[in-house]
Design a protein around this ligand. Sequence first.
Ligand SMILES: [Fe+2]
Length: 508
Amino acid sequence: MSEVDVVTPFAEAGYQISPDAAEMIASHRSPEALVEHILATIDESVFVIGVEHIDLDGFEHKYKLELPTRASATYASIQPDSSLSSYQTSVNPVEVLFDITNQSTCVGEYVEFTQYFRNRYSKLGEMIRGRINARPIESLTRNRRRVKTLQEGGNRDYNEVSVIGMVSDIKITTNGHKIIELEDPTGSFSALVRVVDKELFEHANSLVLDEVIGVTGPLTNDGNLMIVNKITMPELPNGMGRRTGTSGKAVFISDVHIGSSTFLENAWCDFIDFLKGNVSNEALRCISKEIRYLVVAGDLVDGIGIFPDQEKELQILDIYEQYRKAAEYFREIPQHIKVIIGPGNHDAVRQAEPQPRFPDYITADFPENITFVGNPALVNLDGVKVLMYHGRSIDDLVQSVPGVSYQEPTTAMVEMMKRRHLSPTYGSRVSIAPEKYDHFVIDQVPDILHCGHVHTVGIQQYKNVLLINSGTWQSQTEFQKRVNLMPVPAQVPVVDLYTFKTSLLKFD
Ligand SMILES: [Fe+2]
């Protein structure tokens, strides 16, 4: 329910409502029910409904009695202490479904690269195979099928074939057409996208190296080239029903950069106070009481030696001290809030992705309510699946896909979902370790994809997946000044885990 929706039912009942009260209701996990409760219990002599007229305790009590019917068993433990919300007394389970930690097998041999790309091809190819009747590339080149060249205005379905391949090269002909080179385990093949096919050509413009696609179309007379009529991506399935999750709220942050001289300590401490419920604003205190999870998608500290002359921009010069300081901050977070932390490119784990979780000598200082995971990682938060990825590949996608920008980071995340892959291009900004399995393939469709890295904020629903790019706790760095990147610090997306509605809290 938006703030406007909050105002309307009160106006219809003859009341006005103050902005604070409207915000408090709109940010509640169950605004419709709360509006009903207020209208049923309000003193009729009141003309303008303020925060003081909202009987939240009475509503919470009624709400708790109803809650176990739609919340999971682990969540349903309700305590009689009405000063605590049930979120503050429940288990708030965290299950790591998938990450690289303790599973890395690669040593960098040639054969491992072959195995890695075959795994990528087979997983993504399988997603496309259900939608087109594809044949191996080898069968096209071996038979040298003779088919008629597509005539202008001719029947496009005539002798069409489909293949699924990994994009190995993209070239432009002298006439401005695109030639896409595709490879599968049996061979390679060229596919031509004509500049006159505007929509298709635009699609071809957004293709990146090493992604897996399906192409459909007739072959030229010599059987060496396909004239593409259709490009099929792995994509998310259509028609997935809108699901509801569990209860309570989750907070998504990243790029804290503790140890940097541009770390915004005051804003960060305000955020920690908010998590502790130490805020004067009643609406914020209500939100705080509902928080069950804090998810951190990498760059917990600024690190050392990440870029030239970094030491000039560091306040804490020792990497261990940076993590000790981080642990100090995280010990202040209430124990009932379960924290999940993955690494980023500034953290003290291997730079090649997928990255394992922090080593024990770092995690030992942190409290027990923290689960450390790798990058990427798929976690289950009481029934809500969150795919965490720091987001280094956004650098690649901004470079290669038209319309993808740092200012709107979810544009890159949409491209990941279309490709069902977090980091499609090999050998560019992301150094990818050739593991046995491609950990970047989005096998299981998550409820939420959470990235960071680019220090700007984005929230977008794409099909059935909520995309969140959380900002940073660092003001503009020297590097960002040079590349004219304006960060969005101290803004925090908070997701209602039942409705998946997201609000953005500002601590700047
Ligand atoms: Fe960062």
